[in-house]
Design a protein around this ligand. Structure first.
Ligand code: CA
Length: 236
């Protein structure tokens, strides 16, 4: 699926914002469907089969968070939630319920379009076998389980590798602390954020040009981490 031509469902109860978003996506070449509340969103999901849903969490008839798992259920669309600036708990909950990303109000339309393109690319790739992901001056090969930097192999501990691999399987996507702890340490360790911090510190020392100012293993304050991947190489 190419980004342009994809169908976007805009779920927003504020008519002025909804129209602005619809116009923005329409001009960028997307198909657009609009819904003003949760009920209309679920109806549009069934009828219009959108590729991506932009979901405002503050809806009149139900909590937008309740809609995330219903909308994002495979093989459903990619979901990006729209939240208030300081709603960190909502961002974490939405990501853990299956949202792909979030944008914060008030948003810049260029930034929003970039997020949408990136989410659609990830959705299209999910089915392809992803082998090598490049980030900064390093790469990770998920099949050979090798990490190299400027051509030299980097030695990682098993936990460091597992953490980097989980981030690399979802390039550019924010993964919550709970998601990463579950994937790397298991469900008994969802509160052990210190494990994550220590392991992240080790990874940054080995992979960041300046570990004190990370540019590839990015911190999303209070939410989680994302890998700023630059390229993907796939087996087709
Ligand atoms: Ca609203």
């Amino acid at each position: 699926m190419t980004a342009v031509g994809a169908k976007i469902l805009v779920v927003e109860d504020d008519a002025a914002i909804r129209r602005l978003l619809a116009r923005t996506f329409d001009r960028a070449g997307y198909g657009v469907v609009e819904a003003g509340d949760g009920r209309a969103a679920l109806a549009a999901l069934a009828i219009d089969k959108p590729d991506l849903v932009l979901l405002d969490l503050g809806l009149p008839d139900r909590d937008g968070l309740e809609l995330v798992p219903l909308l994002a259920r495979a093989p459903g669309p990619t979901v990006i939630v729209v939240t208030a600036r300081d709603a960190t708990d909502d961002k974490i909950a939405a990501l853990d319920l299956g949202a792909d990303d979030y944008v914060t109000k008030p948003f810049d339309t260029e930034e929003l379009l970039a997020r949408v393109r990136s989410s659609l690319r990830r959705g299209a790739r999910a089915s392809a076998e992803r082998v090598v992901i490049a980030f900064g001056d390093a790469t990770i090969d998920l099949v050979e389980r090798r990490v190299s930097r400027a051509g030299d192999e980097v030695r990682l501990t098993p936990r460091e590798y597992a953490l980097l691999a989980e981030l690399a399987r979802h390039p550019k996507r924010v993964l919550t602390h709970a998601h990463l702890l579950r994937a790397v340490w298991g469900p008994a360790h969802l509160d052990d954020v210190e494990y994550l911090r220590v392991t992240m510190r080790g990874l940054r020392r080995k992979l960041e040009p300046d570990p004190a100012a990370p540019t590839v293993l990015r911190n999303e304050p209070g939410v989680g981490y994302r890998l700023e991947a630059t390229e993907y190489f796939e087996v087709t």
